[in-house]
Design a protein around this ligand. Structure first.
Ligand code: GRF
Length: 190
């Protein structure tokens, strides 16, 4: 079974996923795609000898090039690991219940457009939340509204900064995302 990872940023989640599936008996990360040609995630992919593919908005939304690239690698599942663009409908239809995303909060709280990265943790601090966490969910037509596969919380201390919260949330992501991906694939692959 082949996975493609889409990422826009540092790719620490992508790193953990490539480590987890390195030498896996039946699941491989076959491709890493990004919308940013200088994204550090591309270097992480190179370290694992995983091919990469960079695209811009026009390519992603006005051509079938990304779908063709995925098909050429016979990709079965897509993992969004810090990918900040909306997934185009045709791609969602090609990969029904096969696109897995991670969100650094307890959806439906702090979800929706524009709520990503530090903005989420700043909003959590602003609201004086006593907990936050991560949500791993499927992508469907409605942004951040796909079925939840996994959710886990962590405590927010009164004096926690957004950076401190980001550290705790990243730790949860790195611990749980690879395993949740594996479980979903083993449960649903044909
Ligand atoms: C993570 O916090 C994830 O929840 C969000 O984007 C961030 C990606 O971080 N979707 P990294 O690039 O994997 O380090």
């Amino acid at each position: 079974t082949s996975i493609a990872i889409f990422a826009s940023g540092s790719g620490s989640n992508a790193q953990k996923i490539m480590e987890y599936f390195d030498n896996h008996p039946s699941i491989q990360v076959k491709l890493v795609l990004s919308n940013k040609e200088d994204a550090p995630v591309l270097l992480r992919a190179a370290n694992f000898m995983v091919p990469t593919y960079v695209f811009d908005r026009k390519t992603f939304y006005e051509t079938t090039k990304v779908e063709e690239e995925l098909a050429s690698y016979k990709i079965d599942y897509i993992v969004l690991a810090g990918f900040l663009w909306l997934i185009p409908l045709p791609l969602i239809h090609t990969y029904p219940n096969k696109i897995i995303n991670i969100h650094p909060a307890l959806l439906p709280k702090y979800g929706g457009k524009g709520m990503y990265g530090m903005k989420v943790h700043e909003a959590v601090v602003q609201a004086k939340e006593t907990e936050t966490g991560i949500t791993i969910h499927l992508i469907n037509e409605e942004y951040d509204k796909g079925a939840h596969l996994f959710q886990i919380s962590c405590v927010v201390e009164a004096n926690d900064t957004p950076e401190r919260i980001a550290e705790k949330v990243h730790a949860l992501e790195h611990t749980h995302f690879p395993k949740v991906i594996e479980e979903w694939i083993l449960k649903t692959r044909s």
